[in-house]
Write a protein that binds this ligand. Structure first.
Ligand code: ATP
Ligand code: MG
Ligand code: MG
Length: 383
């Protein structure tokens, strides 16, 4: 069936490798790090920087189609590859997702509501009195932020210049801080023929800016709201002429309105439950879109609750120099419907995504009850 290529060596690439291998493909990963989750799982590991022309040339020569597992891959690398091979997602769409201002412009162009915001890219704009209506607000670096990194809450106009400097004085977006009822995400996949399928709406709980828990079916989302979110995500994929898997994060405001937060041009942490709870996972969809295989609508065959496993779990003591302790997986795996996924990262670090744990069950109440038991065993906060 040939070789497929992936730019990036993280856990998303690793789970793509697994899906591709299950379907009989071999996978080559381009990743500079010697030890990486995807590199270890791949059939071939090309160890070079993502934008190195010789490495891209070798990847294109070896692979029939190429995808990426992270959005900060140089768009030029995708363009170079696309001149020779099928590449998804498209470079233009990835470039939009790399910059919060471009991303919000894309939301607006597609008729998708997003938070009131302004671009701050100079000391003058940071001192502008016209920004008052956006406060209290969240200042976010326009590019390279993830897991809440590169963000600061700003309460008053007087605080803004210092907050901007503290983020490095780089181009930023100031967003109005919105009154959230809850957070959801929608994963769609669009084929080269324009066909769009979607996963069920995911309800997400974040702690400290990092995804902590995903529940599907979304317990607090009425069907009409779910339909609306799915329609908006599909509209975005179409407007971007997108091919591949796209995740759109939404806020549900206190008044019930739906507002897009950001999007990711790839499978998403909130979609990991689909490996165990759907008949077609988000990584299967990525593979199908990339390889030109049929996209069929995934069916949720089990209720699911996913818990993210951060490196903090390996450090039950507070001491800064404590040695890591492996969590009690046996206790977790004694619970019904537990699916443990560890990414094979060399070293546990606080805040680092080490794996995830999905509980499936015939009904949502059972999945939640078992996930809560696991949370208690692991010392995670209840939800
Ligand atoms: P990710 O890892 O999802 O890419 P990120 O670093 O890009 O994270 P955001 O998704 O922009 O960060 O924000 C992280 C979290 O902060 C959101 O999930 C939400 O809980 C909160 N948040 C962000 N923007 C706003 C806002 N405008 N109003 C209220 N809360 C917000
Ligand atoms: Mg983000
Ligand atoms: Mg986010």
């Amino acid at each position: 069936q040939g070789m497929l290529g992936v730019l990036g060596g993280g856990q998303l690439g690793r789970m793509f490798v697994h899906a591709a291998q299950t379907h009989g493909y071999r996978v080559m990963v381009l990743e500079p790090d010697a030890a990486s989750p995807a590199g270890a799982a791949a059939d071939a590991h090309l160890r070079a920087p993502y934008a190195e022309p010789a490495a891209l040339s070798e990847l294109a020569a070896a692979c029939v189609a190429i995808t990426t597992e992270f959005e900060n891959v140089p768009a030029e690398a995708l363009r170079m590859l696309a001149a020779r091979r099928r590449v998804s997602p498209p470079a233009d769409a990835v470039q939009v997702c790399q910059h919060r201002a471009r991303e919000k412009a894309a939301f607006a162009a597609a008729g998708v509501p997003c938070a009131p915001h302004a671009v701050i890219d100079s000391a003058e704009t940071a001192a502008s009195a016209a920004l008052a209506p956006l406060l209290p607000g969240i200042l976010k670096t326009a590019s390279l932020g993830y897991d809440g990194k590169g963000q600061a809450t700003v309460m008053t106009l007087a605080d803004l210049p210092a907050a901007w400097q503290a983020l490095g004085g780089v181009p930023c977006v100031l967003e109005q801080r919105l009154p959230l009822r809850l957070e959801i995400s929608v994963i769609v996949a669009r084929g080269a023929d324009g066909a769009v399928v979607h996963l069920p709406v995911q309800q997400n709980l974040h702690r400290g800016g990092i995804l902590a828990v995903t529940q599907v079916p979304a317990p607090d989302v009425p069907p009409a709201l779910a339909e609306q979110a799915i329609a908006l995500a599909g509209r975005l994929a179409q407007a971007l002429d997108y091919v591949g898997v796209l995740c759109v994060e939404f806020f549900v405001l206190q008044d019930g309105r739906l507002v897009a937060n950001e999007m990711a041009p790839r499978p998403h942490n909130s979609g990991h439950y689909s490996i165990d709870a759907c008949d077609v996972s988000q990584f299967d969809l990525q593979l199908r879109a990339l390889a030109g295989l049929p996209l069929v609508a995934p069916r949720l065959h089990s209720a699911a609750v996913m818990l993210n496993l951060l490196g903090d779990l390996w450090f039950p003591q507070d001491a800064a120099d404590a040695a890591p302790v492996t969590p009690d997986w046996a206790a977790v795996l004694s619970l019904p419907g537990a699916h443990l996924h560890l990414y094979g990262k060399a070293e546990a670090r606080r805040g680092r995504k080490m794996g995830h744990l999905t509980f499936t069950a015939a009904d949502a109440g059972t999945a939640r009850a078992n996930a809560l038991r696991a949370a208690a065993v692991l010392g995670l906060q209840a939800f």
